[in-house]
Design a protein around this ligand. Structure first.
Ligand code: NAI
Ligand code: ISE
Length: 340
């Protein structure tokens, strides 16, 4: 573990959209860390990040070599979701702090292997990239909950302007809904007990592998019923909505600030189109928190346990997608004391 006050040397595995954006913020926005290693199965992508953002970084031939290198103190896993588990397990085996983008693993069995490995190691090393917990708006919403009486319902929406043609119906859960799965249980301090999925007619931009939109209904142990609309080809923008209905009032997630224009007989605000812009500050804060905790040895942020609970819930939601509207139960195992 790096001593406090020294610059944390970070290696990034996966230099695509979010890996390169995180590299930019580590080297140019945040303090206390520097990118010293990069790898990607598509090597030109790592070279571009080195040439444009991280001139001190050495390019490694594989994630395995990068993790075991003495030239790095901490690991950022930003490769595709199905590859995360193996890299996180290796980071734990090497005793190196690891920031893993969501999802922690592609299956709940995989996420359990991470929790088991970290528990056996006996100390938290993993932070999962659930950046909404660091978002100013969600933090304000969490603080507002105590003013509206006991929550009874949540209405939420996660709309992407568009997704690539390779995006499929289960990805709407593992890649997209996973953010709501985590942030809503964090807001409520409650866990899920069941899931159902309802499909309206598919919109025109759907295809044979993608039914879009869909509505996921979650129920919590305290009896809160949550509906989340996922609409990944909504066309008009990137739009994240969340309204908590309590016994005495309602609290809504603030909209991102935007200039209001009055022109040509209309009143209008622009809507963001890209997740990178919508949560730009939250990514900064979550990674600064990771740098701080990795440097000081004090664990923080969303844990491997949170990643595991999200994976169990996501698996249940995918089963619910295939169950013609039937309810699927969600059973969580006991939480190891490491995560108290
Ligand atoms: P991307 O496709 O732009 O980049 C992924 C990169 O990983 C590619 O350069 C690819 O060549 C590389 N790669 C694939 N397999 C690899 C392996 N085995 N070892 C090393 N490199 C490998 O994808 P994107 O959008 O950057 O997503 C990456 C991860 O970050 C995903 O898990 C995604 O869910 C997550 N993500 C999280 C966001 C958030 O809001 N927290 C936003 C966008 C992505
Ligand atoms: C993407 O991977 C993200 O994590 C974004 O935050 C989310 O809005 C999008 O749906 C995912 O594909």
């Amino acid at each position: 573990m790096k001593e406090i006050g020294k610059v944390l040397r970070i290696g990034i595995i996966g230099t695509g959209a979010i890996g390169s954006d995180h590299a930019r913020r580590i080297n140019h926005v945040l303090t206390g860390a520097r990118i010293t290693a990069l790898t990607d199965v598509h090597q030109p992508s790592a070279e571009t990040v080195r040439d444009t953002i991280a001139p001190d970084a050495r390019i490694f031939n594989s994630g395995e070599e990068l993790i075991s290198s003495a030239e790095i103190d901490a690991v950022l896993v930003t490769s595709l979701g199905a590859t995360h588990e193996a890299y996180v397990l290796q980071s734990i085996a090497a005793g190196k702090p690891c920031f893993c983008e969501k999802p922690l693993a592609h299956t709940s069995e995989g996420a359990k292997r991470v929790v088991d490995a970290e528990t056996a190691y006996g100390k938290r090393l993993v932070q999962v990239g659930f950046m909404r917990r660091f978002d100013r708006g969600y933090i304000a919403l969490k603080n507002a909950v105590r003013h509206i009486g006991s929550p009874v319902m949540i209405h939420a929406a996660h709309r992407n302007q568009s997704v690539p043609g390779t995006y499929t119906t289960p990805m709407a859960i593992h890649e997209t809904l996973i953010h709501e799965i985590d942030v809503l249980r964090w807001l409520l301090e409650d866990d899920y007990v069941s899931a159902r999925v309802v499909f309206p007619r598919s919109a025109a931009r759907s295809h044979s592998q993608l039914k879009d939109p869909q509505i996921v209904l979650l129920e919590t142990a305290n009896g809160v019923v949550i509906d989340v609309e996922i609409f990944v080809n909504c066309h008009y923008g990137y739009d994240i909505q969340c309204e908590i209905v309590g016994e005495d009032g309602v609290a809504r997630l603030p909209e991102p600030s935007a200039v209001e224009m009055r022109v040509n007989g209309t009143r209008q605000n622009s809507i963001l189109t890209d997740w990178k812009d919508r949560f730009v500050d939250s990514y900064d804060v979550e990674l600064q928190a990771f740098i701080r905790s990795a440097s000081s040895g004090v664990p923080g942020g969303p844990s491997a346990w949170d990643g595991y609970v999200a994976a169990i819930t996501a698996d249940a939601c995918v089963r619910a997608q295939e169950s013609n509207g039937a309810e699927v139960r969600i059973d969580l195992p006991p939480r190891p004391s490491l995560y108290d």
